[in-house]
Design a protein around this ligand. Structure first.
Ligand SMILES: N[C@@H](CCC[C@H](N)C(=O)O)C(=O)O
Length: 280
């Protein structure tokens, strides 16, 4: 069987996009593992399928590189906005997108018919451990100590539709994420595993972040992770709610605003790399 695909990335967080209007993938979990392999597949952080929706303009399903399905992906949401506009599926610059964590609203910036950036209304951040989920009876999980390999980390739990553990560190460049990331991801405190962000404060409006993603390992960016990071920085008193925060990731920058009403806005680029056909 031949599958047509488009390779896209949001500041280096790269996925293989399959147009679900034209093709049906019977086993997307298995297909995601196959195409994500950087030696034997296409090479990506996972798979995104763009689909029709009965309750929004479009629907997105996303799968991590290990085949697990993610409920939300910020970088993929921006790329889907670019894809549906530039393929002519819509002429709208405000698009609703169904995800497993609810409907998200995209606003496209278009120059010469090319989508140059996308703002996503990511909905409300969730700080209640039970909803994240974190196995804790606390009402909030803010800078809570967690020992991994003899080191105490201060963990702030945030859900952006998917679970995040945010940790503020002095210097993130030296961290060996491939060693410590899996220990957070699989810790019994996090019954659905967790995405972990390691964050350095640059100043009150700028944060630097690396991420170990549940199901994909270290990626060059994570949109939901950048949103969770901005929220965590605010609840820990490093930044101010309502102000725009620049989150610098390995693959580029995102602009995040945690609004007074609890919604989080994320703005950044979306890039198409190439199209192809793969035998499967
Ligand atoms: N890279 C994504 C998040 C992808 C899903 C995540 N690994 C999960 O399983 O929750 C983003 O840009 O938000």
């Amino acid at each position: 069987m031949q599958i047509n695909f488009t390779k896209m990335h949001g500041i280096g967080n790269d996925y293989v996009y399959v147009d679900g209007f034209k093709q049906t993938l019977l086993d997307p979990h298995v297909f995601s593992v196959f195409i994500s392999d950087r030696h034997f597949g296409i090479g990506s952080d996972g798979l995104v399928i763009i689909l029709p929706s009965e309750i929004a303009d479009f629907k997105m399903r996303m799968f991590n590189a290990d085949g697990s399905e993610g409920k939300m992906c910020g970088n993929a949401a921006r790329c889907v906005g670019k894809y549906v506009y530039e393929t002519g599926y819509t002429t709208k610059k405000q698009i609703s997108l169904e995800t497993l964590s609810g409907i998200k609203y995209l606003t496209l910036t278009v120059e010469d018919e090319e989508v140059t950036s996308v703002e996503v209304d990511m909905g409300k951040a969730i700080l209640n451990p039970k909803e994240i989920p974190i196995a804790s009876q606390l009402n909030f999980f803010i800078n809570h100590p967690l020992e991994i390999d003899g080191i105490i980390y201060g963990v702030t739990g945030v859900s952006m539709g998917n679970p995040h553990a945010v940790i503020f560190c002095e210097d993130i460049d030296y961290l060996e994420l491939e060693k410590i990331g899996p220990k957070f991801e699989k810790h019994p405190l996090f019954p659905e595993r967790i995405n972990t962000e390691f964050v350095q404060i640059i100043n009150a409006n700028t944060l630097k972040m690396r991420v170990w993603e549940r199901g994909s390992g270290e990626t060059w960016a994570c949109g939901t992770g950048a949103c969770a990071t901005a929220v965590a920085a605010i609840v820990n008193g490093y930044c101010t709610q309502g102000e725009e925060i620049t989150v610098k990731l390995r693959g580029g920058e995102l602009k995040i605003t945690y609004k007074e009403d609890g919604r989080v806005l994320m703005k950044g680029s979306a890039t198409k790399v190439f199209e192809g056909i793969i035998e499967y």
